[in-house]
Design a protein. Structure first.
Length: 276
């Protein structure tokens, strides 16, 4: 049995993204904005996702663009405050992702009692933000020092919008990552949020590494999710659950979760699970 079945109590779980609004210190945080508004928007999204029937929640600073490799302290501090305000209402396993900063992600998880984390914890990538060299040897030692033995780690091995400088096939990269770091899950992405992941890519990683949870990380919709779950073990869904299936509005503001879209999506997932 995969650990996901134990944690989420279902086969093929759906982990929903909860995108926080811009936080203090972010370029999109404006004079007059309030952390209380961030909390209230996050509560609205949390309720819509849980009422819609998702199996887990992943809370991220999606609107802290452009992302920092080494975050200013204010960002994880603000995230910890928001998560603390949400915790009384969280009814499903939850995770955190301080985007692009693995150490901040691990430390935030320790502070808020998260069940899992997701991040770019290993590999060397190049993208709009420059060269990213991730030292997972230091990161895993920090996790050990914080005694986070039960914290599950979901690794990006082909992050959105970045190019891996390792030219080996993705299945081979996954295999060596498993040998060195023992990730709990591998997230397979397309080139950008909302884009469809090649089914063959998910299948190649899963077939080469059957003992590890493989997640489809982008492009999940009602018309694609059954294929993705047949190829892998779980999925992370963000953009589809939001108003109009869009990340942001014309003024670059974070769009709210649409509960009806969540229910529509999860109905397809439940029908698929019924035949497993």
């Amino acid at each position: 049995m995969l650990w996901t079945e134990t944690m989420f109590h279902v086969k093929k779980p759906i982990i929903a993204m909860l995108h926080l609004d811009p936080l203090p210190g972010d370029p999109r945080w404006h004079y007059g904005d309030s952390v209380e508004a961030v909390v209230q928007h996050a509560l609205e999204d949390l309720r819509a996702l849980q009422n819609g029937g998702v199996d887990g929640i992943l809370i991220s600073n999606e609107f802290s663009l452009p992302y920092q490799r080494h975050m200013n302290f204010v960002t994880p501090a603000a995230m910890a405050y928001v998560v603390g305000r949400l915790k009384d209402e969280i009814r499903v396993p939850f995770g955190v992702d301080c985007i692009s900063d693995g150490e901040a992600t691990i430390e935030l998880a320790a502070a808020v009692g998260a069940d899992f984390v997701r991040g770019t914890f290993c590999g060397v990538y190049v993208g709009d933000g420059g060269l990213y060299n991730n030292d997972f040897s230091a990161l895993l030692r920090r996790k050990a020092a914080l005694h986070l033995d039960n914290l599950k780690m979901l690794y990006f091995i082909n992050p959105e919008s970045d190019r891996n400088l390792d030219t080996r096939p993705l299945a081979d990269i996954a295999k060596s990552t498993i040998f060195k770091a023992h990730p709990d899950g591998l997230c397979i992405s397309a080139n950008a949020a909302g884009q469809d992941v090649d089914d063959a890519l998910i299948t190649s990683v899963k077939e080469a590494n059957p003992e590890v949870v493989v997640l489809c990380n982008t492009g999940c919709r009602p018309d694609t999710i059954v294929r993705k779950l047949r190829c892998g073990d779980a999925a992370v869904v963000g953009t589809y659950f939001k108003e109009g299936g869009k990340l942001e509005d014309s003024r670059l503001r974070n769009l709210r979760v649409d509960e009806s879209r969540v229910k529509e999506f999860m109905a397809v997932v439940h029908s698929f699970r019924d035949i497993l």
